[in-house]
Design a protein around this ligand. Sequence first.
Ligand SMILES: [Zn+2]
Length: 507
Amino acid sequence: MKRKSFIETSFPVKEISEISAKEKNIRHGHISTLHIWWARRPLASSRATNYAALIPSTENIEEWNSIRHFIIELAKWENSLNSNIINKAREDILKEYGKPPRVLDPFSGGGSIPLEALRLGCEVHAVEYNPVAVLILKCTLEYPQKYGRPKELKEDWSLLKTTIKNPLLEDVKKWGEWVLEESKKEIGRFYPKDDDGSIPVGYIWARTIACQNLSCNAEIPLMRQFWLAKKNNKKVSLYPYVEGREVKFKIVGDGYEKMPAGFEPERGTVSRAVAVCPVCGGTVDDSTTRKLFQQGKAGQRMVAVVLHHPDEKGKTYRIATARDMEVFRQAEKYLEEKREKLMEEWGIDPVPDEELPPKETLGFRVQRYGMLKWGDLFNSRQKLALITFSEKVRQAYQKMIEEGYGQDYAKAVVSYLAIGINRLATYLAVLTRWRSDVLSFERAFDRQALPMVWDYGEVNPFSDARGCWDLEPMLEAIDHSSRINSAPTPQSSATSQENGGDDNENS
Ligand SMILES: [Zn+2]
């Protein structure tokens, strides 16, 4: 381009910023629902900057105004698949270059910039260094465009042709359900229903340390606060009380025993690693608390169960019982057995034994509590669930091959299932919290960091609540990306650019 590009002379910064900020609330079809990524650029600003960088500027004020107006319309999420607008943008770019211009994103990350260049009809090359990002990019820029197109099926036995709208989407759905069913058959028994048919949504645990007052030595359940439900129309809390030298709990609030006067649920037993003993009132300072964790002297106690009854609205709570703990121990025992079996089969420990990155990398702050390996981020039942789901995903691939699926296609399908496991892992971790304001579990990494969580939530992957095995948001993202009518994006290794180009399989 000989002339200056539009972006060199002007850009509707304020308007595009506003549209970009709104994007955070978009859930359906947005690539952010595919996989978490750090600092993923908004699609609106990516689309607008791509376009403004590719079209020429003008000195005609009317033309300038109309381009500016068009950029604002183009950036809007609701116009993402509007063929009139997208096609006009493509034509403008094509007019300037005569053929699709080549766009290289050397640090593609979450894939926003290359996806938007692809939408604008460019020849896109996406490069990344991080293998997780590469997987995200393949699932955003390559597989949907390659395998997400309508496919005609001709049955041998009839003259009728049937069209599958999106074979990739159908297969991810089908095999995702298969993985769920097979996992449930094997380990569903470790998340039993209550006698009244209520399904556990999850379990709330408290880390514990011993009171350092030698004459007390009580077990202190570490809880940041005691709220279970803190809504305008419903307030429910755990209430700690002391019996003998033991800290016990009951549930108080709306629908339960009356909340005792003067009780302040937001005042827990721990704040910034300083713990207060409910039995003797003594405190444990932060460095002692950390030391106890590092020395393996901290424990954990299941405190409460969050339930949902299929015939009723809302969630209910009860105190965890000996039976709940017994089931957990059975899961723990089964984990040992399964871990051994898979170790033999896979040749590696199925529970990740690699070390966590150094302290403070990407907000990892749990190392000072003795969590040093990836496997330490999960309790026994969570480990069991994650390795079982992983095993089923591997089996799904084998089954697809046996059923005659092409190898590359089967690999595409299981890539999405693997992303499903990643999603599950952010919910099935000892750093997941129960949120009393929204009444659901919040995944670890939600604040893009891994701080210590004293009272963590353990999600039931087979419930219908947030955090369970649910591929629906991903299916919508596949659907959206599949509708971007462009050639799949070649990707290349960041360390060997010369192997790029069409060599998709080795990247
Ligand atoms: Zn004490």
